[in-house]
Design a protein around this ligand. Structure first.
Ligand code: GRG
Length: 290
């Protein structure tokens, strides 16, 4: 196995172990915990926590210290997927290769599971061991900006209002809906490491380019992917009448845009010693099949 895969698997295993220990079901309201765990442990790629751990490492921190911060992102990401799949939003039946949370537990429980995951994310940050109170407060600020009313939820709002009709609008929509959480991952790794503001800005720049490349790749996959590999409904953008980068640019130019943004992401950090894993991650995300 190559060095990149070994390291990804090491980070990912630590994330899975931490997440697996959350929300035991031995409570009178254990069905809530079951619904949260159902979606959380359904086998996502864990890109956001892995990125947080890798940035902590790159900035000279002990990467295990970033685990609660990275996992907080994964909780918020999972809540966003649960709510996004609801009938009042994108109305999807399949996520991470399994029936969506509301299909199994009903709509009310899916709303509650998402709500609880978001609150629990901030508990993980507030109680993170091995970091200072200042780092915990900074991490809470980073996550709330990434997922809140000027971050991911703003992006989802633009999407719901159909305000992604041209390239400028679409880039804004996705920089909020997808990019803000990816930038949050990079910044949370820096916060855990105690990195300075210049280093943090380099990480943020890497993540902004990754965020755009990630979304354009997502649009490409919605057209070309095999549903079994993708783990969610293929062609859902078309079905929902959503404008995508593929509609605006065509498949070939989208591939070129992914390559350009990936190159810019790599350039943002390429002179930092130990950056190889994150350079490799950028390339893998550009080529991903799900
Ligand atoms: C409901 C507030 C609210 C927000 C929803 C994340 C999101 C916003 C919607 C999901 C739909 C979508 C296509 C979003 C773009 C971001 C994206 C590609 C999410 C999927 O992330 P991956 O590929 O998924 O990291 P896994 O399953 O691997 O974690």
């Amino acid at each position: 196995m190559c060095a990149f895969q070994l390291r990804y698997d090491t980070y990912r295993a630590a994330v899975e172990e931490y997440l697996g220990g959350l929300f035991p079901g031995d409570k009178p309201y254990g069905r809530l915990q079951e619904a949260m765990r159902y979606s959380l442990m359904a086998g996502g790629k864990r890109v956001r926590p892995v990125m947080a751990l890798a940035f902590c490492d790159l900035m000279g921190g002990e990467w295990r210290r970033a685990i609660p911060f990275g996992c907080a992102l994964e909780l918020v990401h999972t809540y966003s997927l649960i709510h996004d799949d609801l009938p009042c939003m994108d109305d999807d039946d399949l996520r991470r290769g399994k029936p969506t949370c509301h299909k199994v537990y009903g709509e009310a429980m899916a709303v509650l599971a998402g709500d609880a995951l978001q609150a629990e994310a901030f508990r993980l940050i507030a109680s993170a061991p091995g970091v200072t109170d200042r780092q915990r407060a900074e991490a809470a600020l980073v996550l709330s900006r990434a997922c809140g009313a000027d971050g991911m939820v703003a992006g989802q709002t633009l999407d719901m209002l159909g305000l992604g009709r041209n390239r400028g609008e679409l880039e804004l929509l996705h920089s909020l809906k997808t990019g803000a959480m990816i930038q949050g991952a990079a910044e949370l790794g820096c916060v855990a490491a105690g990195a300075d503001s210049r280093q943090r800005e380099r990480a943020a720049e890497y993540a902004r380019h990754i965020g755009l490349a990630f979304q354009v790749r997502d649009d490409i996959l919605d057209v070309i992917a095999d549903q079994k590999v993708l783990g969610k409904t293929v062609g859902s953008d078309q079905r929902d009448g959503k404008t995508t980068f593929v509609d605006l640019l065509g498949l070939e130019d989208c591939e070129a845009l992914v390559a350009q943004e990936t190159a810019k992401a790599k350039a943002a950090i390429s002179d930092l010693p130990g950056c190889e894993f994150l350079l490799n991650l950028a390339e893998r995300l550009a080529d991903r099949g799900n």
